[in-house]
Design a protein around this ligand. Structure first.
Ligand SMILES: [Zn+2]
Length: 299
């Protein structure tokens, strides 16, 4: 067995956690392998080639459009590719990722392009789109169910195998860093998606960027913890608002309100600003802030 491919269950021998390079830290990610079906391709090109040789992957489901989950598509020439319709455009045309991240024409955009070149990223033709609650029959025993979980991206999907209750949560990744910094992110959707996963019954959750979590109760606890990080960000942003002096998201740019320190400053300052905007949208919808003049004040 390949040293990065780990069986997840004694009862279901064809289900594996496939560990991404560098423990799945960005720009890599983890995958789930179920029979000949692979979820996501960010484990690294070297690992994918080895995996393909041993398991003959014929179908790949992409949890969402982010580069760190699709970078290895080109190493699977015999596979079809499935994703939700809302995430299809930037997968079929990776140039669209630049405006999605709002980095077109910026230094961050140039750095981002360097990363693309490093991975030899290319467009992927989506064979078929997948829908919420769709069931995909792999064989007599293995049946995948799609759970549309928007927020991180508009078409982000989790999937789970019905009999084993082994799930792939993608980038509802239960790390300390919920991310919603594309123009197609939505914070209220993100929170609702976390709640939806919490209301389902899982045994094992495989995650984009950390080791799997085992046990239904542990998964629920981790989902709550993950959501509480978003609430802490709400509070930090609200503490910068007053009842008198209107401010806008741009006034909070570059203040480390979400990133404690910037590792890739050019990109992360933009990401942080987009995420702050998502908080403002949510706080406005929830009537915690109101518009005054050209900015926002506490309600
Ligand atoms: Zn992502």
């Amino acid at each position: 067995m390949l040293d990065f491919v780990h069986p997840l269950s004694d009862d279901f021998e064809n289900i594996y956690f496939v560990e991404g390079e560098r423990k799945g830290y960005y720009p890599f990610s983890h995958s789930l392998l179920i029979g000949n079906y692979l979820i996501d391709t960010g484990i690294s090109g070297t690992r994918l080639k080895k995996l393909e040789q041993q398991f003959q992957i014929n179908t790949t489901i992409l949890s969402h459009w982010h580069e760190d989950h699709i970078s290895g598509n080109k190493f699977l020439p015999n596979s079809s590719f499935l994703c939700h319709k809302d995430d299809k455009p930037p997968i079929e045309d990776i140039e669209k990722m630049f405006p999605y991240y709002r980095v077109e024409g910026t230094e961050a955009g140039r750095e981002f392009r360097t990363l693309f070149e490093m991975f030899g990223m290319s467009n992927t033709k989506i064979t078929k789109t997948i829908n919420d609650n769709e069931i995909i029959n792999i064989d007599d025993q293995l049946k995948l169910k799609v759970v549309h979980t928007p927020g991180h991206t508009a078409g982000h999907c989790a999937v789970y195998e019905i009999n084993s209750k082994i799930a792939f949560f993608g980038d509802i990744d239960l790390t300390r860093f919920p991310y919603y910094a594309n123009i197609d992110s939505d914070l209220i959707d993100y929170e609702n998606s976390i709640d939806r996963l919490k209301n389902l019954d899982f045994e094992i959750a495989v995650l984009g960027h950390r080791d799997p979590v085992f046990g239904g109760n542990n998964i629920k606890i981790e989902l709550d913890k993950f959501k509480s990080i978003i609430f802490k960000r709400d509070e930090r942003i609200l503490s910068n608002l007053s009842e008198q002096n209107p401010i806008s998201p741009i006034d909070l740019k570059g203040k480390n309100l979400i990133y404690r320190r910037y590792s890739y400053a050019n990109f992360e300052v933009i990401s942080e600003l987009v995420m702050i905007e998502k908080h403002f949208e949510k706080l406005l919808k929830n009537n915690l802030i109101v518009i005054k003049d050209n900015g926002y004040i506490l309600n």
